[in-house]
Design a protein around this ligand. Structure first.
Ligand SMILES: Cc1cc2nc3c(=O)[nH]c(=O)nc-3n(C[C@H](O)[C@H](O)[C@H](O)COP(=O)(O)O)c2cc1C
Length: 366
């Protein structure tokens, strides 16, 4: 951990977790707006460029594979700060239609420092897709932006597709890729959408809407990815992978938070999704399983318990092309960016790979 965050973290951890998060977002949004502060953030934290880490994917150029996970900046209030800190890309959202929604009652976020974990049952509090689209449109940075889209709590399950399509329409122009979130444990019924019987029609509808929007705007359809839960049974993971191939999806995001709260002791008082170090092994396994099934046909974004450069490297070897972190940033601070990116550069050289692409999946079958 860098010295600055080493001093800041004990102060932040004195506050309730959600309050601390709001303070970080407020600070980051200030950094994003001020050229001087952006320059400072860049010089303190941004990793040095390494051509071996560059990735061309979905028509976008990623300067390196490490990005911001969904949920950290749901409304895109600090886009230019994340870019200045040196992330390779960011995923914003989850956003829902219209003016968004307040989410579940508080308290709904709890730190478990002994486990380097967090439990949340936020339930997609967000200001809505249009507010996010406006923020993305007014950013100055150019790193790729994914938008993670969801269903409102008040929308009945049989109208879920309407919500996803509505949000897609709103963020289409400003998003480099779209993630269909069917794996948050904090919206009743949402994860049922991962069953093939529900997922096939949902994704087909979203793909139709995507093609219609592309034709109407005379542009290319946006890459569509699906984010899955670490709690799926292995055969359900395989079924989702096969469906992704069948429908020609552009990627999978593995994984969201887990409902396996027994991975931490004592049990948290917030009953929601667990993230951070205890999630790492399952997310890693699931990435490996998906890669075994998909090979390089469909890229995987690996997320869940990436707390160090070593975790990031193992995730690449397991088959992830891109990586994201949320909880790692809570515990390690923005120094994690440089440590992951420089660590990946180092490992590539030591292991004799000429590019990160070459290393993707290299550990599968070991
Ligand atoms: C407080 C919090 C809020 C989150 N909100 C979202 C969300 O809105 N949409 C989503 O797809 N994932 C969300 N996630 C899940 C993360 O994107 C990520 O998949 C998960 O936390 C595992 O990564 P980590 O161990 O690096 O945190 C959230 C995670 C946390 C901790």
């Amino acid at each position: 951990m860098d010295v600055t965050y080493g001093c800041l973290r004990p102060l932040l951890f004195q506050f309730d977790a959600e309050r601390a998060h709001q303070m970080v977002l407020t600070g980051a949004s200030m950094v994003g707006r001020q050229p001087m502060l952006r320059a400072m953030a860049r010089s303190l934290y941004a990793p040095s460029p390494d051509p071996a880490l560059e990735i061309e994917l979905w028509g976008s150029r990623f300067s390196h594979p490490f990005g911001v996970a969904a949920g950290l900046d749901k409304d895109g209030v600090a886009i230019d700060a994340w870019a200045a800190l040196g992330f390779g890309f960011m995923e914003l959202g989850t956003v829902t239609p219209g003016q968004g929604q307040p989410g579940n009652p508080r308290p709904r976020l709890e730190r478990m420092p002994h486990h380097r974990a967090v439990v949340n049952k936020l339930g997609f509090p967000n200001k809505g897709a249009e507010a996010l689209a406006n923020r993305i449109a007014s950013r100055i940075s150019t790193i790729p932006i994914g938008t993670n889209i969801g269903k409102a709590k008040s929308t009945p399950m049989d109208r879920a597709a309407d919500d996803y399509c509505s949000v897609l329409g709103t963020v289409f122009d400003v998003s480099d890729y779209i993630v269909v979130n069917v794996s948050s444990p904090n919206t009743a019924g949402l994860r049922d959408l991962q069953s093939i019987q529900m997922l096939r029609p949902l994704l087909s509808r979203i793909q139709q809407e995507n093609s219609a929007l592309a034709a109407q705007k005379n542009t290319r359809p946006r890459p569509i990815l699906v984010k899955i839960a670490p709690d799926l049974a292995d055969e359900d993971v395989d079924a989702v992978a096969d469906l992704a191939v069948e429908l020609g999806l552009d990627g999978l995001v593995a994984t969201n938070t887990t409902i396996r709260l027994d991975l931490v002791d004592p049990l948290p008082s917030v009953q929601g999704g667990l993230s951070g170090a205890p999630l790492g092994p399952r997310s890693l396994d699931l990435t490996r399983r998906l890669y075994r099934r998909l090979g390089s046909k469909i890229p995987i974004i690996g997320v869940g318990g990436i707390m160090s450069a070593e975790d990031a490297w193992q995730r690449i070897r397991a088959g992830a092309t891109l990586l994201q972190s949320y909880t790692g940033l809570i515990y390690e601070g923005p120094g994690l960016i440089r440590s992951v990116v420089n660590g990946l550069s180092h490992r590539l050289r030591v292991e004799g790979f000429s590019s990160v692409r070459e290393a993707v999946g290299s550990g599968v079958g070991d």
